[in-house]
Design a protein around this ligand. Sequence first.
Ligand code: HEM
Length: 484
Amino acid sequence: YMKRRKRWNNYPPGPVSLPFIGNLLQINFQCPHVLSVKFGKIFSLQVGWKNVVLLNGLDAVKEALVQRSDDFADRPPFSLFDHLGYKKNCEGIMMARYGHGWKELRRFTLSTLRNFGLGKKSLDQRVTEEAGCLCSAFSSKDGHPFNPRFLINSAVGNVMCSLTFGNRFEYSNEKFLRMLHLIEEAFNIGAGIMSQVTLNMMPWLLYIPGPQHNIFQPYTDSFDILREIVKEHKETRDPAFTRDFIDAFLEEIEKAKMDPGSTFNENNLIFTVFDLFGAATETTTVTLCWALLYMLRYPDVQRRVSPRIPHSGCPCVFHEEIDKVIGRDRSPEIEDQVNLPYTNAVVYETQRYCDVVFAGVPRTTCRDTEVQGFFIPKDTIIIAVLSSVLKDETVWEKPHQFYPEHFLDADGQFVKREAFLPFSAGRRMCLGEQLARKELFLFFTTLLQHFTFHIPEDQPRPREDGHYILIHSPDSYELCAIPR
Ligand code: HEM
């Protein structure tokens, strides 16, 4: 390894590594980017035998992911998934290698989600309807303290169910709860140190007996549930009428019947639906949990969005937005977004500040390339640290504070910012950005239209540091939702 590094001129600097394990013991897995203080914005690590380069700050991340989009569009091989039966043209979307199969599937998924339209209801209608169900569930708590995570997760999961399976479930439906639970468990395992580092760096562990094999169970159980749902779809499908994502995928499988190399096959349908659930539910749920947590911590902001909390002496009646623009008699719609600049800024600032996918999803270089003058060879694992962009001190006025004004101009109008990259950028950027945006805005606005949120009397102010395991989640907290 030392030889290799020496051969490369201009390879990014990094700490000295030990034989076999590299820098494994020096990495703080919760904040792998803290080493940037010592080595600069672009630095390297060795993890096991793999070369890893971390990119920090808007300039480096944009140069790599946007300007050299093609060079950085691959994902590293992930042995956990090989053992689950992933192979060429059958590897879902999220971890698929960069190539024809991924391209075809991504294009299909994007256009299918966009066209919903499909079937009976538009995407907006589905989200609005679910927001209403979420409000009813909050109401049923009668102002008593509760942890909002479970209900939010059910609502977000239901939007995905509606798109992929064609129907939503009651929040108490056992099959639904089991599926959400398994997906969360699989997600946590995939994100855990055991699979991220140990199994990928030491895949031979999978050839000897031991507890490491338990990690496959939530995946295989989830696949079984999805397989059953696909079977039901095949039995009840009417080719003249596409009900949902699964129907649309089954149509493609039929069209590609004669092509054994097609990416449209039944296993890939299962893996793709699993990916969509995995990518969509945790991220959106956690962001909404942060949004409500910030409303508890910053009642002045909550009041500006929805002004029912009595003023604490501050005379500003600026932005009594939701009441003024929407009132009480109708549900918020996505078209209201342009007339709710402050509320919109609060949602954007929530995403910036909570920093959910703080280290992005790993990429890998598919050819020799460079960033900011550093040489980066083919097959290097790339971590584009999104956190370092969302909190870049050279860009944001108050990077380490919750400050919705980041997204407002002097006239109180909404402004987009270049360094707002919670969905990453380039070829592999989040495929669900549009859907996530709709959900965040409609769920948040509908909740604040109906409730004032308080910290329960005997409980401390919830903390805003949370914990980092692949995604940045708040520690569990409770709130009281008082109807307005
Ligand atoms: C990928 C963030 C919601 C589907 C990603 C990536 C990020 C991200 C950072 C990695 C992109 C990269 O490698 O550069 C988020 C956040 C969300 C969210 C913050 C919500 C607040 C969703 C939703 C869906 C979704 C609702 C479902 C439709 C995906 C998929 C990928 C992805 C399929 C993999 C794309 C690929 O590799 O081509 N997301 N996401 N995400 N996301 Fe999201």
